[in-house]
Design a protein around this ligand. Sequence first.
Ligand code: ZN
Length: 273
Amino acid sequence: MGEIELPEALVKALREVRSVGVITGAGISAESGIPTYRGRGGIYDDPDEGDRTVEALSAHTLESDPDRTWRALFQIAGAAANARPNAGHLAITAIERKAARFVLLTQNVDGLHRLAGTQNIIDIHGDAFHVICTACGNRNQFNDPRTGGITSLCLNMHECMAANVAPRCPCGGVYRPDVVLFGEMLPEDKLARLYAELLDNPPDLVISVGTSAMFPYIVQPVLVAAAAGKLTIEINPEATEISDFVAFHLRTNAGEALPMIAAAMAGTEEGKG
Ligand SMILES: [Zn+2]
């Protein structure tokens, strides 16, 4: 990858930025050692295994064989439990502190942005450490081994993984992961926030980081901001469908580019509080 420098025009533009939207995908987590589900080195490299994983992580398997869904989930949460936020995650938190208005839209379910201290997060695909009872609707969470934060409400992830069956609520109902499974709709409350915070009123700056999955709701905020004359940046070593539409495409990884962007922002009085 090598060292990069931000273009002078970008550094200048960043000084004027007051509101920021950041969109992240698997690329930023890959830099923390989390396998991506598609692409090089992903668990879908073996197409048969990929199909089986998609099948396990589907709404109808959760209903017919929740243990199978959970075995696939434990693989994902288990990989995340060994990962730590990287320089890219931490720089996003620094950007949030400098901005008068900030929102992070992430497709990742690994909780690394939460761990890095970012506050205003729309985790559009959910969080693999959070669960909801399918019978009574109660919410719960696994004790996140990365924070050591164990409360009486938490499920012991290691015990659940060792048992390798779906965890259950005290009411007897099966817990489901608070993630969007294949064949399920996106949560309406999170979509509403996405519209309000990114589309209706586009921020001065929108950054797309490490995402190759081009869902409409991931592409739209970038295109809407670009059309409104806002500053747009893509951070991705490879070209994607949006590369031609952003003002700046930084062909590098998140851990390298994001700290430079955070440093170039002047920060606002509101953001300094
Ligand atoms: Zn329950």
